[in-house]
Write a protein that binds this ligand. Structure first.
Ligand SMILES: Nc1ncnc2c1ncn2[C@@H]1O[C@H](COP(=O)(O)OP(=O)(O)OP(=O)(O)O)[C@@H](O)[C@H]1O
Length: 582
């Protein structure tokens, strides 16, 4: 019921078209009564009553009725197809918009395959329901009611005899529906699992090959594929149980009609023509009953899919704008006031406290898993702090308009993502209006211009999915150019130069230094060389800032930073070298 109410939310925009379609379906259902009626009249009036002149009239009406019925039926099929395409178009748009509104935590817990199953299989089930099932249910119910009414009009006692069987058919159709429903939910969930395996395998096909795990992955797929087949077979088994019963009950109707009707003809209470009318109408009773199983099947499939789509559309993002967000100018002043944060149970950031003036550079260093990326994720409000406040320009990030906040900053994430587009398109992603010269300048700053120019199609080179066809360092430089072209007030570089050789990193750093005077920069790195010129370096471990200061100050402290420095630049045993550098 809930799913029907939900789909009505989409359908009512087209209620006029829906009404036209349903009225046409009603006309077709009524026209279905014409031929059986006239067939009976031909027997009674023409064959037995010798009124031969009526034959041509009856035949003419039958042909005209059939023609009109075919045209109207074809027309409303088109009406419903158009209607369903409109509904699906809107729904797909809503789903896509929702997917873009949802925050990082949604994507952390949702498999891409599951989302794809919703965008494809579930939408198709809803399309099928609105394009076909809706009018088929209406048409079958209308035919059944017209036939019952007509039969009662012709001969109530025989009509009554036939109707004795219909509640039994109704009972089995209902049983079939309730038994089959859970299997549809299972089929649908299994389909999502199958999709996830395929999607992960396609995305990770290089890893699969590198580890020679093709057979393992094929087996993994086979298990899910087998599961999908099994779930479908389970559903078919339920069908196999009920369909013969429903079919036999349809047959019982015919037997009852011939037996009861035959007796009535012999007794003279029913004409031969009326028996023919009943005989021609019997399908109008048994067919909707038989169709009920298939249609309820479709309804259950629709409900299972509609629930999944509705779930997605109802999923709320935790990161949302407040009622009247601040629309201040982004200044680049960043402050963390006793911030704690966790993804789940365990705290990932503990009591983080620091402040940065606009235009300053912050280096963040520390072992893997220390919480460096998590810290910068709070600046862009990809997640919200559990305690404490993150302030930009003195205003809590939760009070900023999210679009404005993120437009004022550019992040080069650790996991570089490039779209399957031209290099120019990828660099201009954050600033599509940018001229080619501006794109080239950004590429020069990121030391990417040289290698791009050497490509046969230069900036028009289309990179593969996720940037396939480029080296790790080339991808990093394009991502850096993309961030620089945005000219943000806050620049966040999460391990952005890790794949670059020292010489390229040095060149980029010199460029960044000139830029950094204008923007606040956060540079996460494992190499001392990447952070040593920062105004302040935060050394993180286990979610805490355990050391802070400039490069020189930190070396003097002879703590973790000093050890890393010695590891990378000097003899670890001989701390004297470190002191020389200081
Ligand atoms: N999306 C997430 N959901 C749950 N836990 C997460 C998520 N992202 C990171 N973590 C956990 O949070 C902790 C800090 O991770 P984070 O990525 O911030 O570390 P990091 O210092 O940037 O590490 P690295 O240098 O390896 O990038 C880790 O224990 C990690 O397992």
């Amino acid at each position: 019921m809930q799913s029907l109410r939900w789909i009505w939310g989409y359908l009512y925009h087209y209620w006029r078209r829906l009404c036209v379609g349903l009225i046409m379906a009603l006309i077709v259902s009524a026209l279905n009564m014409v031929n059986p009626y006239l067939a009976g009249k031909i027997i009674d009036k023409v064959i037995l009553g010798d009124q031969n002149h009526l034959l041509w009239i009856f035949l003419g009406i039958m042909i005209a009725g059939t023609l009109i019925r075919t045209i109207v039926r074809y027309s409303y099929q088109l009406v419903f197809e158009g209607l369903s395409q409109n509904v699906i178009f809107k729904m797909r748009e809503h789903m896509y918009e929702r997917l873009h509104h949802l925050d990082f935590s949604f994507y952390d817990r949702t498999k891409t395959g599951d989302i794809m199953a919703k965008m494809t299989g579930d939408l198709e089930a809803v399309r099928h329901f609105t394009a076909w099932t809706v009018y088929m249910i209406f048409e079958n119910v209308a035919i059944l009611l017209f036939a019952i009414g007509f039969m009662f009009y012709i001969h109530p006692p025989l009509a009554f005899t036939l109707l004795i069987v219909t509640p039994v058919i109704g009972y089995f159709a209902f049983r079939l529906t309730s038994d089959v429903k859970p299997t549809f939910t299972e089929i649908r969930n299994q389909f999502a699992k199958l999709n996830s395996v395929v999607q992960e395998n396609i995305s990770g096909n290089r890893i699969v090959k590198a580890f020679a795990k093709e057979n393992y992955e094929i087996k993994k797929f086979s298990i899910e594929n087998d599961g999908f087949k099994e779930k479908n077979l389970q559903s078919s088994k339920i069908w196999e149980k009920y369909l013969p019963i429903l079919d036999s009950l349809g047959g019982v109707l015919t037997v009852l009609m011939i037996f009861g009707g035959g007796l009535m003809v012999i007794k003279g209470t029913l004409t031969f023509g009326e028996l023919v009318m009943f005989n021609s109408l019997i399908w109008a009773i048994s067919n909707p009953m038989k169709m009920a199983g298939w249609l309820l099947n479709d309804v259950q499939r629709f409900i299972a899919s509609a629930e999944k789509i509705e779930d997605l559309l109802k999923t709320k993002s935790k990161i949302i704008n407040i009622n009247q967000p601040v629309a201040a100018k982004m200044t680049g002043m960043v402050e963390f006031q006793h911030v704690s944060f966790s993804y789940g149970e365990e705290a990932v950031l503990k009591d983080i406290h620091f402040s940065v003036k606009a235009g300053e550079t912050v280096g963040i260093i520390g072992p893997t898993g220390a919480g460096k990326s998590s810290l910068v994720n709070l600046i862009s409000r990809f997640y919200d702090a559990d305690a404490g406040e993150v302030l930009i320009g003195g205003v809590n990030v939760k009070k900023w308009d999210i679009q404005r906040l993120r437009n004022g900053m550019a992040t080069v994430m650790q996991d570089i993502f490039l779209f399957s587009d031209t290099i120019e398109g990828n660099i201009a992603y954050g600033n599509p209006e940018a001229s080619l010269v501006a794109v080239q300048n950004a590429a020069k700053m990121a030391d990417a211009h040289n290698f791009i120019s050497k490509l046969p199609e230069g900036y028009d080179t289309v990179v593969g999915e996720r940037g396939v066809g480029l080296s790790g360092g080339q991808r990093q430089r394009i991502a850096l150019a993309r961030a620089l072209l945005k000219d943000p007030a806050i620049l966040i570089l999460d391990d952005t130069t890790s794949s670059l050789d020292m010489e390229t990193e040095y060149k980029i750093q010199n460029t960044l230094k000139s830029l950094q005077k204008r923007k606040t920069s956060f540079i996460i790195a494992h190499r001392i060389s990447s952070v040593k010129d920062a105004d302040i370096i935060l050394v993180m471990n286990n979610g805490k800032i355990m050391e802070r200061g400039t490069h020189k100050e930190l070396l003097k402290k002879k703590g973790y930073y000093f050890d890393v420095y010695m590891n990378q630049y000097g003899n670890f045993e001989n701390k004297q070298i470190g002191e020389e550098v200081i």
